[in-house]
Design a protein around this ligand. Sequence first.
Ligand SMILES: [Zn+2]
Length: 148
Amino acid sequence: MKNDHLTDNDIQAHVFNKVSEDDIVLHISTCTVCKAKVTSYQALLHAIDEIEPETFPFDTTRLAMLKIEQFKNKKSTTASYILYAFLGIFILTVFVVCIPYITPIFKTFQEMNNITNAFVIVSTLSVLIFFLTVTFRQYKQKIILLTA
Ligand SMILES: [Zn+2]
């Protein structure tokens, strides 16, 4: 049997986990100080059990998700319109500026033999596919982050 009073850990283990060693149970039954502690912990446990989770007359999770979706869509549409406008202007400008330079490029292609042409086309396609794959992977990672 322990001569000292029980520690808070012992009492909490006794009250909350409902498991304790025999000497702890014996001490509680004989010591008024520790018995009072056990009683207050039991009152606390009872009070915690009494608290019901906050209830709302509507589905808060669904509402929050709806708000997030609305915000996301709004943001992305505005951003994408601006992006498309800039891209369109950029491509048009590049095209207009490059017309004098594009014709010689086609001439060079015509002058080169078929193997060189094939090599250039395959290299270009490889680079393009690589960038598309990287972009798609990043997109998927973002989707996973968003839905996680
Ligand atoms: Zn005691």
